[in-house]
Design a protein around this ligand. Sequence first.
Ligand SMILES: [Fe+2]
Length: 164
Amino acid sequence: MSTDAIVLLKQEHKELLRLFKAYRTADPGDRAVRTDLAQHIVHDLTIHSYLVDEVLQPMVAALLNDPAHPALQGFQDHKAIDRLCEEVAERGGADPGFEHGMTALLSAAVQQMEREEREWFPQLRSALGRKDLQEIGLRLLAVRETAPRHPPGPVSGAPQGAPG
Ligand SMILES: [Fe+2]
């Protein structure tokens, strides 16, 4: 199995797109299946955002050691995706805004993936050596085991600390 960071992230994109398609084509009346798929999507997207923003980008920045390097220009953080994940996670399948939230989340995520694959990944491929990308990939695989699985927002059922 390749540990090349770009190969790994493209595999994640493929798996995410497969889940998106399953969600879009799921029976609109089958709330249990839709909620389950939505949870799976939020879970996988949360990990993916974390890996790109908190592992890949800092490692690339450190390796290139030049904030103005063109290979850093194609990076777009995943904060908007994270916010949409939080919204969906807070609502739950019975909420009337849930489907709208999912539509917004999926379209934002697809746009970002397309942009990464079209612009950023090729920039990284030409700026970094094979060994660097493999090293980053190994780190991605290791961090994936402990990356946050849920948006940082309130999780239903879990008591939150008193607001400060
Ligand atoms: Fe991505």
